[in-house]
Design a protein around this ligand. Structure first.
Ligand SMILES: [Zn+2]
Ligand SMILES: [Zn+2]
Length: 331
């Protein structure tokens, strides 16, 4: 339980610190009753490649941002209400380990932790916060989540027509309903997905066919719930937004920075509540408690005990994450 932290000075101090790290690029986070439950770096799958992002778990929201200077300066703040967050584990494969989906109605993506213990800690804490929140509000978990976008690198040809080869001229577009990478010719139409936006969004021809014949609330991933029929639109994407850069201009998921793929050294996440949330995981993750003790939480020293790269120090870590500074849209 994190309730005991609600009125604690340490909690206020930590939240003020997060606020100041985002500076004018963020919104005030010091809301009555809010607790900072944990924080740390996760690798987020973005459209082009995986990127390091700083995550902050509060008892009501999940916040993440780009790392400008590790532990000091963040920007591109994103806030996800925990009430609509749902997680799903991803089995390890040869390329990626310790991953899971974070889904909300407006945005869904995949993140990876540095170790399986950290994955379990993050998932357990996030799930606990979501459960507590839903129990208090009496609300039901959200079921319609935005589609996870297929990374550009996973599609060299259009996933709909299976013909168009992507090039500088033949640009990739993402269907906002299914997340597939498709060519312009296979995504000429828009459809209103009310939970994602008040504007009609680009969808692939396959989804458009399905959506227009499906009663609202009964369609596939990311589609709005019942009662939105009167807002249902399906207009063709206008010529002035369908040029070569038409897709990118509407995306908040383009990533034009030059970040390194993943951090070489990694600070363990810190969680500020007690250990009870992890008790169920202790047999499978014996070290779970080590970074959730008050001593670890209060310490600002960098532990390498559980990091993938022993011998790599803070300065190399900071240097690695400092390169994620970027301008332009982000994810
Ligand atoms: Zn196509
Ligand atoms: Zn689609």
């Amino acid at each position: 339980m994190v309730d005991r932290l609600v009125n604690s000075e340490a909690n206020s101090r930590r939240i003020a610190s997060v606020e100041s790290c985002f500076g004018s690029s963020g919104v005030p986070l010091g809301v009555s009753g809010r607790v900072l439950v944990g924080e740390g770096v996760l690798t987020k799958m973005c459209r082009k490649r995986p990127k390091s992002r700083q995550f902050f778990l509060f008892n009501d929201i999940l916040v993440y941002g780009n790392i400008v200077i590790g532990k000091k300066k963040y920007n591109k703040q994103h806030i996800m209400p925990l009430e609509e967050v749902s997680l799903e584990t991803i089995e390890d494969n040869q390329q990626y380990r310790n991953g899971w989906y974070i889904r909300t109605t407006t945005k869904s993506f995949v993140v990876y932790a540095a170790t399986s213990t950290e994955k379990q800690e993050w998932m357990a804490h996030i799930n606990k916060c979501v459960e507590d929140l839903l129990r208090k509000s009496g609300k039901k978990p959200v079921e319609n989540h935005a589609a996870v976008w297929v990374p550009d690198s996973d599609a060299s040809i259009c996933m709909h027509c299976k013909k168009t080869q992507f090039t500088f001229v033949q640009r990739r577009h993402h269907c906002r309903n299914c997340g597939a990478v498709v060519c312009a010719g296979c995504s000429t139409k828009k459809f209103l997905l009310p939970q994602q936006s008040t504007k009609a969004l680009r969808v692939c021809d396959g989804c458009h066919e399905r959506l227009k014949h499906t009663p609202s609330g009964d369609a596939g991933a990311g589609v709005g719930t019942a009662g939105k029929d009167e807002h249902k639109l399906n207009n063709t994407i206008s010529s002035n937004s369908s040029g070569p850069a038409g897709d990118s201009s509407n995306d908040d998921d383009t990533d034009e920075d030059t970040a390194s793929p993943a951090p070489e050294a990694h600070d363990e996440p810190r969680f500020y509540g007690d250990n009870s949330v992890l008790s169920a995981f202790e047999e499978s993750a014996g070290a779970a408690a080590q970074s959730t003790t008050p001593a670890a939480a209060a310490s600002s020293s960098i532990s390498t005990s559980n990091s993938p790269g022993p011998g790599q120090n803070l300065s190399s870590s900071a240097a690695a994450v400092a390169t994620t500074t970027s301008a332009g849209p982000n994810c």
